[in-house]
Design a binder for this molecule. Structure first.
Ligand SMILES: C[S@@+](CC[C@H](N)C(=O)[O-])C[C@H]1O[C@@H](n2cnc3c(N)ncnc32)[C@H](O)[C@@H]1O
Length: 216
C-alpha cells in the first residue's frame, strides 16, 4: 500500500489523489462520467430485486461528493441515505451540498458500518482495496436479509484501456479478472448474482457491474 504525506498527515495515495480532485472540482467531471452507468445499475437493481418496492435504507461506499446519496434520497421510499468516503474534501463538499443525509469520513479498509442497510452501492471504488473480499464480507454483514450489494468498476484486467491508470492518475489499483470479481461475490455467500458490462465500445469493455442478494 502506498502512503503519501499531506499537510502533515499520512494519507493513502488513492485518498490523497481524490482529495486533490475534490479541491480542483474534478469530482464534477467524475459525476458526469458516472451518471449513465449508475442509472443502469439502479435499473438493474429494480429488475433483479424487490428492494425499491418497500421502504429502504441506502449506503454509498466511496461516495465522493455525495451525488448518488442525494439522488437516491429523493425517492419516496428511501428512509435513510448515507455515504462514506476517505477523502475529507469530498465529504466536506457532500455536507456543504446536503444537510439532510449523513456522510462519514472513513478509510473503508478499516471500517465496519454500525447499522444495516437494504441497498449497499459503490461506483468506481472497489479496485482501490487491497483485500476486496474482506470489505465485501463486512458489507454483507451490514445488509438486511434480502438486501442487495451492487458495485460498478471500470478498472479490471480485461479492460485494457484502464490498465495504465496507476501511472496516469497517481493511484494504486488491484487488478482482477471479471471471474475473480464474481468469485468474491460467490464466496461472500450472496445469492442471485448478476454480472453485466455496460457501455462497451471498441476496446473499452464497459463498466463491470456485480449485484448479489443477501440470503433471506
Ligand atoms: C473514482 S472515485 C468515485 C466517487 C463516486 N463513487 C462517484 O462515482 O463519483 C473513488 C472514491 O473512492 C474513495 N476511496 C478510495 N479508496 C478509499 C478508501 N480506502 N477508503 C475510503 N474511500 C476511498 C476516493 O476518496 C474517491 O472519492
Amino acid at each position: 500500500m502506498v502512503f503519501v504525506e499531506s499537510i502533515g498527515e499520512i494519507m493513502k495515495i488513492n485518498i490523497k489523489t481524490f482529495n486533490d480532485w475534490a479541491i480542483a472540482d474534478k469530482d464534477l467531471d467524475m459525476q458526469r462520467g458516472h451518471e449513465a452507468p449508475v442509472d443502469f445499475m439502479f435499473n438493474l437493481v429494480s429488475e433483479k430485486t424487490n428492494v425499491f418496492k418497500n421502504d429502504f435504507s441506502f449506503l454509498d461506499v466511496g461516495c465522493g461528493n455525495g451525488w448518488v446519496v442525494r439522488k437516491i434520497s429523493k425517492l419516496q421510499k428511501c428512509i435513510l441515505a448515507e455515504g462514506v468516503d476517505g477523502a475529507p474534501e469530498m465529504i466536506n463538499k457532500a455536507k456543504r451540498y446536503d444537510s439532510k443525509n449523513n456522510y462519514y469520513t472513513e478509510d473503508i479498509e478499516d471500517w465496519i458500518p454500525n447499522k444495516k442497510y437494504d441497498i449497499i452501492f459503490s461506483m468506481e471504488v472497489f479496485y482501490y482495496f487491497k483485500d476486496p473480499q474482506k470489505i465485501i464480507n463486512n458489507l454483507v454483514q451490514s445488509l438486511n436479509s434480502g438486501g442487495v450489494l451492487v458495485i460498478g468498476i471500470d478498472h479490471y484486467a480485461e479492460n485494457i484501456p484502464s490498465l495504465n491508470w496507476d501511472k496516469e492518475y497517481n493511484i494504486s489499483t488491484n487488478t482482477l479478472y471479471i471471474n475473480d470479481w464474481k468469485q468474491l461475490f460467490l464466496d461472500a455467500n450472496l445469492n442471485n448474482i448478476a454480472k453485466v458490462q455496460y457501455g462497451e465500445s471498441n476496446d473499452w469493455q464497459g463498466t463491470l457491474i456485480l449485484l448479489g442478494n443477501k440470503k433471506t
